[in-house]
Design a binder for this molecule. Structure first.
Ligand code: AMP
Length: 272
């Protein structure tokens, strides 16, 4: 492993996040020195061209991640659950979560929060909810901001092989591979039971349930087109759980996806 650079972007409208601005977009990369400038420019363009509107605040942070502290992780295997509409999508999400070990109450609670807007103001959060997988209690210290999983990316050659393998499935797209990387980091913490996510982008209605047990399960309809709400919930088991250490792992430990799922070859993935 070599030293890498963590590049993070967040943008908002109506002022900075700290001063009550509305969150527009965010992005994470962990890259080699030789592509750093190009990645910074690409991220700036991405911030400026978001479908949710023109931000008036953009924060770009670049930070060295020393090789010794970077964790190498395996990509999660991906599968799609067959939902035909939002009601089915929500039911499939609850079923998958309960099968993985989340209580039915907590799973339903999470769906309801993302549906109605997880921030106490009713809108979206910039980060994720941390939820007790048993009781459904919210544990994140700031319910407006949530907790962000950062310092995550794919090793370029691993991503290239993954892209070849899933090319027939129609999900070789940045949105999917970025979400798989984030989910892999989140579910690799021993206290995480599962993650539930759907986007706040009005045009993107597919979401997922992720876990070490079942991998990354895409669900095609978790909201209606045009709906600006969404979010993430990290379900945790709270025996031997240290909230500060959990947040420290999510925000500070650099993680790079440098292995494909077990047995993934181009031919096998095409048959999924
Ligand atoms: P997105 O898929 O980027 O539309 O994000 C959907 C939701 O997930 C956002 O509204 C945030 O609440 C949450 N989120 C986005 N990025 C992160 C992150 N890096 N860590 C934790 N939660 C995030």
């Amino acid at each position: 492993m070599e030293d890498l650079y963590s590049v993070r972007m967040r943008s908002a409208k109506g002022g900075s996040h700290e001063h009550g601005g509305e969150h527009i977009s965010g992005a994470e990369r962990l890259v080699h020195r030789d592509v750093l400038s190009a990645v910074v420019m690409e991220m700036m363009e991405r911030a400026l061209q978001h479908e949710k509107g023109q931000p008036d605040f953009i924060n770009l942070t670049v930070e060295l991640a020393e090789a010794a502290i970077i964790r190498g992780l395996q990509a999660l295997p991906a599968d799609t659950l067959p939902a035909k509409n939002v009601e089915e999508g929500h039911q499939l999400a609850v079923d998958a979560l309960t099968e993985i070990g989340v209580s039915t109450y907590a799973a339903r609670q999470a769906v309801q929060l993302l549906k109605t807007g997880p921030s106490p103001k009713g809108g979206v959060m910039r980060g994720a909810i941390i939820m007790d997988a048993e009781t459904g209690k919210r544990l994140e210290p700031d319910q407006h901001r949530g907790v962000r999983a950062t310092k995550i990316d794919w090793a370029p050659e691993t991503l290239m092989h993954w892209g070849d393998a899933v090319s027939q499935l129609g999900f070789n797209r940045p949105r999917v591979w970025e979400a798989i990387a984030l989910a892999a980091k989140v579910v690799n913490h021993p206290c995480t039971v599962a993650e539930l996510c759907w986007s706040d982008d009005p045009g993107y209605v597919t979401g997922y349930v992720a876990s070490l047990k079942r991998g990354y399960l895409r669900i095609p309809h978790l909201k209606k087109p045009g709906d600006p709400l969404g979010g993430r919930v990290f379900f945790v088991r709270t025996t031997d759980f240290n909230l500060a250490a959990y947040i420290e792992y999510l925000e500070q430990t650099p993680a790079i996806i440098n292995r494909l799922p077990d047995g993934m070859t181009k031919k096998e993935a095409d048959l999924l």
